[in-house]
Design a protein around this ligand. Structure first.
Ligand SMILES: *[C@@H]1O[C@H](CO)[C@@H](O)[C@H](O)[C@H]1NC(C)=O
Ligand SMILES: *[C@@H]1O[C@H](CO)[C@@H](O)[C@H](O)[C@H]1NC(C)=O
Length: 143
């Protein structure tokens, strides 16, 4: 998982702003695509970047990250620019193309399978549950 994705995951956990109607959560519909990065998916599901998940510009990612997570542009700019290499378009990317292994997506995700083992794009509840339940009774939020 890319380091910026970790930042965005943490930011999505702390997603505290009260979303306006235009930023209400909506699951992706048929034809809309999502990435291996939960943070980018959160931005798309809340309409801070195009809900289609397709044809997204670097400026849209930057603006979406600032508006949705209040994170500075510099923390994700490099990863976003690398993301352009995942497809053939000159200046846009599709979220699902970010599954291209070892560009910005890397193994050791807590919610996606390693590339060599299977699906590195979609959420895997089995894997996530293992991590979530690994230490029952512990409240990591208080430490
Ligand atoms: C982030 O980058 C975008 C795109 O260049 C720009 O429009 C926006 O003002 C920047 N936001 C901040 C907080 O720097
Ligand atoms: C989720 O990951 C586990 C462990 O790698 C694997 O056995 C399972 O087939 C995966 N589930 C899906 C739906 O890909």
């Amino acid at each position: 998982m890319l380091s910026s994705s970790i930042v965005l995951v943490l930011a999505s956990v702390a997603f505290a702003s009260k979303p306006s109607d235009s930023h209400a959560w909506q699951a992706p519909t048929a034809g809309q695509v999502r990435s291996p990065c939960p943070g980018l998916n959160t931005l798309a599901n809340h309409g801070y970047i195009p809900r289609s998940g397709k044809g997204i510009t670097i400026a849209e990612i930057m603006d979406g990250a600032v508006a949705g997570f209040n994170v500075g542009n510099t923390s994700i700019l490099q990863a976003a620019k690398f993301g352009l290499l995942s497809g053939l378009a000159f200046d846009t990317l599709d979220l699902d193309a970010l599954a291209l292994h070892n560009l910005v997506e890397h193994d050791a995700s807590i919610s996606r399978q390693d590339w060599a083992l299977g699906d590195n794009l979609h959420f895997n509840e089995t894997l996530f549950s293992v991590m979530a339940n690994i230490n029952p009774g512990s409240d990591f939020c208080r430490k």
